[in-house]
Ligand binder design. Structure first.
Ligand SMILES: Cc1cc2nc3c(=O)[nH]c(=O)nc-3n(C[C@H](O)[C@H](O)[C@H](O)COP(=O)(O)OP(=O)(O)OC[C@H]3O[C@@H](n4cnc5c(N)ncnc54)[C@H](O)[C@@H]3O)c2cc1C
Length: 405
């Protein structure tokens, strides 16, 4: 089978690896517009279950990912000068650049052609292939050729965010909230290497303009943020771009969905198909899981070396849509939690941190926070109550939502 992957992000690269492993006879090219080793963003988080899945599908890349990741086992929240630590929240961080480098290396070793600085321009013909995989990210140009067919919908998040790095190496997953005369501003930080951490800064649009961040250039903005977060950063620097060229931008998160994920021999993968708010740290994992599902669906429907495309693409889409439902709901509620920060930030530290951990809950927006906290504590001790809470949550949320609507 001749396969062209547009975009050498985690989705496209991992898919090419899995297809080559399935059948070394596949002719696969990954077209990536950026030069090797240059990418946006800093480190990404993931959880142990991803390593298990990678291990199952390609032990070689699983080992490389594990060896190049850092691990944390605690969560910490700074609210002004108060600090709360929660033991036992385990997770991993890996530099996005490292992840892409090692996936590209593995793909090449298996015989995939990984072509850097090879942009498939908007007006240009798509590569001639049996299957064209659009792994070209949230702004997918391949998808944008047929927006009506794909039925793309985008919901813009209300808050402003910027994806930064820092020389501070966090030893726990760190949240830091600072109050300013213009409202709250906060970051989530996590280590991903020996000398760097990721730092995603977020605030409401009112705080953003009130602080003058809308008018500041990158250097001025970083100086202001370093001052605001001097305490949790221990005076360390913030860094805009991982590589030279361009500057870090303040953005509104785009939650993207598509009515359908394929058109003829073209299929959407990863962020091109769907996005989930960064505050649940799942986009890369979902992109890799898409790749696993698509390769699996194609492999299961291969006759005489050539996949029967349409049923395979349908099966892939069905499987992934079902798997995404709960994650998309969690991401929506998590984004809303931060958009409603004043509702939670004044609670006693232990309660605030507990509800921060519960931000995915569909019930939380509809129950007074302190009551929710008490129910949650009781549910933690009483399994029956926890089941009731799980059963009740979506129902109460649906009813209240319908009434408000
Ligand atoms: C602030 C922030 C924090 C995040 N943190 C996390 C996290 O902690 N954990 C996590 O799992 N996820 C995280 N994510 C999400 C994650 O970055 C994405 O979900 C993931 O990168 C999607 O992978 P992908 O391969 O689908 O797309 P991308 O990684 O976007 O890759 C697409 C590739 O296609 C290339 N490309 C685009 N157009 C063309 C073209 N025309 N021709 C050739 N190449 C092209 C691009 O250069 C790019 O390399 C975060 C996202 C944001 C915004």
């Amino acid at each position: 089978m001749k396969i062209a992957c547009v975009g050498g992000g985690p989705a496209g690269l991992y898919f090419s690896i899995l297809m080559k492993r399935q059948d070394p006879g596949h002719d696969i090219t990954v077209h990536e517009r950026n030069p090797a080793g240059s990418t946006y963003g800093w480190g990404v988080t993931y959880w142990a279950s991803l390593l298990d899945r990678l291990e199952e599908h390609d032990p070689e890349s699983a080992r490389a990912v594990r060896e190049n990741s850092v691990r944390w086992s605690d969560g910490r929240a700074h609210v002004g000068d108060r600090t709360t630590t929660h033991r036992g929240d385990e997770g991993f961080g890996i530099g996005r650049r490292t992840l892409l480098d090692l996936l590209a290396e593995r793909a090449r070793a298996l015989g995939v052609r990984v072509e850097f600085e090879d942009e498939i321009a908007d007006g240009a013909e798509l590569p001639d292939a049996d299957l064209v995989v659009a792994g070209d990210g949230v702004h997918s140009g391949v998808r944008e050729r047929h927006p009506e067919h794909f039925g793309t919908e985008v919901v813009l998040g209300r808050n402003k965010y910027i994806w930064l790095g820092t020389t501070k190496v966090f030893d726990a997953f760190t949240f830091a909230f600072e109050e300013t005369p213009h409202g709250w501003i906060w970051f989530y930080g996590y280590g991903f290497g020996e000398d760097r951490s990721t730092c995603v800064v977020e605030c409401s649009p009112e705080t953003w303009t009130g602080l003058g961040l809308d008018r500041a250039d990158e250097a001025e903005g970083l100086v202001l943020l370093e001052k605001l977060f001097a305490r949790p950063l221990d005076g360390h620097r913030l860094i805009g771009r991982a590589t030279a060229g361009g500057s870090a931008q303040w953005l509104n998160f785009r939650t993207l969905t598509n009515r359908t994920w394929s058109r003829g021999n073209v299929v959407l993968l990863g962020d091109a198909a769907h996005t989930t708010h960064y505050s649940i740290g799942a986009g890369t994992t979902l992109a890799l899981e898409d790749a696993i599902a698509l390769a699996g669906a194609l492999g299961a429907r291969t006759g005489q070396g050539r996949a029967e495309l349409a049923p395979a693409l349908d099966a892939y889409e069905r499987e992934r849509r079902a798997a995404l439902l709960s994650v998309q709901s969690a991401a929506r509620h998590s984004a809303q939690w931060y958009e409603n920060l004043p509702r939670y930030i004044g609670l006693p530290p232990a309660q605030m941190f507990a509800l921060l951990g519960q931000r995915h809950s569909p019930l939380l927006p509809y129950v007074p926070p302190q009551l929710y906290y008490r129910i949650d504590r009781a549910a933690g001790r009483l399994e029956a109550l926890r089941r009731l809470k799980r059963w009740l949550g979506p129902r109460v949320a649906r009813t209240l939502h319908a009434r408000r609507g």
